[in-house]
Write a protein that binds this ligand. Structure first.
Ligand SMILES: [Fe+2]
Ligand SMILES: [Fe+2]
Length: 177
């Protein structure tokens, strides 16, 4: 089945959105590298890699569907932040934006009755739910820690123990495409 032109365009846009996300997280990792929070830097770096894997998953899908990949330019990400809370608040906004994008894509896939695309997008919708939850949980605990250095360092250490390149296993790209 030929991939619908509108869906093709949106899937190509999503390759760009995920690469942009990767860049956003890389800028967050770089910001944390300039602070004592090595664990958060590692977390953001891992998240950046995961977003690249998302982009590659969309890329491979467009290729597998025999449609044309069209790459676009990536905007400069925000690079200055006030605090760990500020970074995670931006991260949550970023994830909510992507969830909306995937939701919109799913609706188009539904309109054109492309069930294979719907299946791919369901995987991403679950992924988004998980990522939003992970970020929201960390944000809640950061708010609880407030300005207490000891509490912040505990959270930093926890963030640093996250497996590289994955969000706790289940969200790992892991070759299940
Ligand atoms: Fe993503
Ligand atoms: Fe994400």
């Amino acid at each position: 089945m030929t991939l619908n032109p509108k869906l093709t365009k949106l899937l190509n846009e999503q390759i760009n959105n995920e690469m942009s996300s990767s860049y956003v997280y890389l800028a967050m990792a770089a910001w944390f590298e300039g602070t004592p929070y090595a664990g958060f830097a590692k977390w953001m770096f891992a998240q950046s890699r995961e977003e690249t894997m998302h982009a590659l998953k969309f890329y491979q899908y467009v290729v597998d569907r025999d449609a044309k990949v069209e790459l676009q330019s990536i905007a400069t990400p925000k690079s200055d932040f006030q605090s760990p809370i500020d970074v995670f608040e931006h991260s949550l906004k970023q994830e909510e934006k992507v969830t909306q994008q995937i939701n919109d894509l799913f609706e188009v896939a539904e309109q054109v009755k492309d069930h294979a695309s719907k299946n791919l997008l369901l995987w991403f919708l679950n992924e988004q739910m998980e990522e939003e939850k992970t970020v929201r949980d960390m944000l809640d605990r950061l708010k609880l820690a407030g300005n207490d250095p000891a509490s912040l360092l505990v959270l930093d250490r926890e963030a640093g123990s996250r497996p590289a390149g994955g969000g706790g296993g289940k969200t790992d790209f892991g070759g299940d495409r």
